[in-house]
Design a protein around this ligand. Structure first.
Ligand code: SAM
Length: 353
């Protein structure tokens, strides 16, 4: 049995923006990028205001969303609009080298101190951030500091690694989501765990055609990839498989000709790189969402984003937490596979010490 709704219809249904409602709860989106996370929140009926340092990403946000995006480089003690019910964001986290300085929350290059300052000053009803899953492992001590700081502000803190494919995104993408709340938070049940959308469903006929300005792999790239796959003991060739969700879409594997770049094998055997629109589809951006800036900038915006379909699932949980109904959909429960599955995973309950 396949998903009842064709993928593009699913995106249209779930990510339609409701009319502007000046009384809707307000979400402040820090480090907002192009607004992938914010799109999910607006589709669920929130108002959003973004803060982002890159002009292209800000322009994309404003072009597609109702909310305003301030182009600014956030710093400690940020001066934000008042009245946010919710603060969300994807703070950049400097990768820690094992031997290097680990200055934790004192590291000024890092986004988390800024995010925590904002929560401390504006005291939203709920704060939510996203980061790479490795934060729970390689940067565990740092993550513990962040959780402690939020607990000191009297929030209950829960986190979960979510796989976007479990929620209707045609991509296996695992990311850490952490929520600071005042009690009563529930993670949304998985909606597509047994029936994920596939690359084939997401790309449709695009996967079979040669687009204008198609970028084919050159013989030297083919050779490079062969070596890469051999060295990484890759059993299944890493071309996109139309019958399954894709690998994680990143800035790097979309925009740069690397060994792990995303590519399609055409029916005639030639392999080509993904287009911006194909990358956007795999990230669950609807086709009406236009990216601004040059190709590299657009790829970065897409690779950095929270898939909007997953963002909407989270936004629906936030809305339920705020005791409001989620607008525009059936709360995304299309194929409920939860059964007796616990809403709280072992990870969010596991001890931090
Ligand atoms: C992981 S991306 C966020 C993606 C976004 N949540 C989405 O779903 O589209 C992080 C963003 O933070 C921005 N950024 C990094 N440091 C910043 C700062 N100090 N002030 C404002 N934006 C910053 C980057 O330009 C990047 O767009």
């Amino acid at each position: 049995m396949r998903n009842q709704l064709p993928y593009l219809d699913f995106l249209s249904q779930e990510l339609q923006l409701p009319p502007i409602d000046a009384t809707a709860p307000l979400v402040i989106d820090l480090f907002a990028g192009c607004g992938g996370l914010a799109l999910g929140f607006e589709a669920a009926g929130f108002r959003t205001i973004g803060y982002e340092k890159l002009a292209d990403a800000c322009t994309t946000y404003q072009h597609n969303l109702h909310g305003f995006c301030y182009q600014t480089t956030l710093a400690r003690q940020p001066d934000l609009v008042d009245g946010a019910d919710v603060i969300i964001g994807g703070p950049p986290c400097q990768p820690f080298s094992v031997g290097g300085h680990q200055r934790g929350l004192k590291d000024s290059r890092d986004g988390f101190p800024i995010f925590l300052d904002a929560v401390k000053s504006y005291r939203p009803q709920l704060a939510l951030f996203e980061n790479v899953r490795g934060m729970l492992f390689r940067n565990k001590t740092y993550f513990e500091e962040i959780v402690s700081a939020l607990r000191e502000l009297n929030y209950i803190v829960e986190w979960e690694i979510l796989n976007a494919a479990d929620y209707g995104v045609p991509q296996r993408r695992e990311r850490l989501f952490c929520v600071a709340h005042r009690g009563g938070w529930k993670w949304h049940p998985k909606t597509h765990h047994n029936l994920p959308y596939t690359v084939g469903e997401a790309l449709g006929e695009l996967a079979l055609i040669v687009p204008l300005n198609a970028k084919f792999l050159t013989p030297s790239m083919d050779e490079y990839i062969k070596k890469y796959e051999k060295a990484s003991k890759c059993v299944r060739p890493r071309d996109l498989h139309l019958d399954a969700p894709s690998r994680t879409v990143t800035c790097r594997n979309l925009s740069a000709p690397t060994g792990d770049m995303l590519r399609i094998r055409l029916p005639d055997g030639r392999r080509r790189r993904l287009t911006v629109r194909e990358g956007a589809r795999l990230q669950s951006f609807p086709d009406w969402f236009e990216f601004k800036g040059n190709e590299e900038s657009q790829c970065n915006q897409i690779g950095n984003a929270v898939p909007p379909i997953l963002a909407k699932v989270l936004a629906c949980s936030v809305k339920a937490y705020l005791h409001k109904q989620c607008s525009g959909s059936q709360g995304l429960i299309i194929h409920t596979n939860v059964g007796t599955e616990s809403l709280l995973s072992h990870r969010s309950r596991m001890s931090l010490t």
